[in-house]
Design a protein around this ligand. Structure first.
Ligand code: GH3
Ligand code: MG
Ligand code: MG
Ligand code: MG
Length: 323
């Protein structure tokens, strides 16, 4: 900590300062947008060597270039011909470019432009005439920041995906389907299309486990999920609700349609044995209960009615659909 009090030792930091984007795993891409072609070329020449730089002198083609896979934008606020601040606002308003770092070039002493630019979400300012060392430092900082933000966003996406997915089958999980069911019923209650619900429970699954082992049972569960996804419409939502129990929400489907889909699924399960991955295969049947949501009905009530239909299907001998 004592080193913090030394004024002469900052050279020791030069390694840290000059290295930052050397470890970028792919080439970074920057777009320089300036109405002044000569200035644009000078800014491009001041960019770090690892950055592939494209020059655009028109704001519309500049915006297009920004949309197609850029990592950083240099926007010249001093060039005649177009309003650079308006372009920055547009970049921030567009979902495809909202997250991109913007480095704005301004005239020395033009504090009002700097203030407006920062207010619009520009990440950093650089003054004319642009110094290559300063450009390098500011660009590196923004690229590092973007790479960090991208990594966080990817991790967040993965965590969100995991939070709504059943790990064994890749279908949605119980929590997620419950929230989607509430949504679908709410929009149905507000004068939208009907919504129906299926609960499918594999018959005598305990004996599948007994005969083929728990691992064999898992093969059946994954194969079952695959077949459910194969047989459903794109807008249907399928989830593993419990051990060998699956829930399918069918937005837009009335009871007749839900019954039809259930019957097709039941027949498809019964007609084609499941591969167990070791040369063996298992014949499986499923019982399905279905119900259509009534006006103002709660999700809990709809689930209960579908479950009652399922129990009836089990009672009546299994490998059946009841509503
Ligand atoms: P029914 O026709 O009445 O539905 O009979 P069943 O044997 O399918 O029903 P039961 O609820 O008695 O048994 C379900 C079995 O599912 C018991 C449990 O060991 C098994 N199970 C639950 N989760 C898993 C899992 O993740 N993998 C495997 N292999 N088996 C599971
Ligand atoms: Mg059971
Ligand atoms: Mg069962
Ligand atoms: Mg069960």
């Amino acid at each position: 900590l004592d080193e913090l009090r030394h004024r002469e030792s900052s050279d020791a930091l030069s390694y840290v300062m000059s290295e930052p984007i050397g470890d970028l795993d792919s080439v970074a891409r920057a777009v320089v947008i300036s109405g002044d072609p000569r200035a644009a070329t000078r800014y491009a020449a001041a960019m770090p060597a690892q950055v592939r730089t494209q020059v655009e002198t028109d704001p519309v083609t500049g915006l297009e270039a920004a949309r197609s896979n850029a990592d950083l934008l240099i926007v010249d606020l001093t060039s005649p011909g177009f309003d650079g601040l308006r372009l920055c606002a547009r970049i921030r308003a567009d979902a495809a470019t909202r997250q991109l770092p913007i480095l704005a070039v301004i005239n020395p002493g033009d504090t009002p432009s700097a203030v407006r630019a920062l207010d619009l979400g520009v990440n950093d300012i650089i003054h004319r005439p642009v110094d290559a060392g300063e450009m390098m430092a500011r660009v590196s900082t923004q690229l590092r920041r973007k790479r960090y933000a991208d990594r966080l966003r990817t991790q967040l996406d993965e965590s969100l995906e995991m939070a709504i997915t059943d790990p064994l089958t890749g279908l949605h999980n119980r929590r997620y389907i419950a929230s989607r069911l509430h949504q679908a019923m709410e929009s149905s209650n507000n004068g939208g299309a009907p919504v129906s619900l299926l609960i499918a429970d594999i018959d005598h699954f305990k004996s599948i486990n007994d005969r083929y082992g728990h691992e064999g049972g898992d093969y059946v569960l994954r194969g079952f999920a695959e077949r459910v996804q194969r047989d459903l419409r794109a807008l249907d939502l399928a989830a593993r609700y419990g051990g060998e129990e699956f829930v399918i929400v069918m937005p837009g489907a009335g009871l007749a349609e839900a019954r039809g889909a259930s019957e097709r699924l039941r027949a498809s399960i019964a007609s084609e044995p499941f591969d167990l991955g070791d040369g063996r295969s298992a014949c499986v049947t499923v019982s399905i209960g279905c119900a259509q949501a009534e006006d103002g009905e709660s999700a809990e009530s709809l689930l209960r009615r579908a479950d009652e239909a399922l129990y009836l299907a089990k009672d009546e001998g299994r490998n059946r659909v009841e509503a």
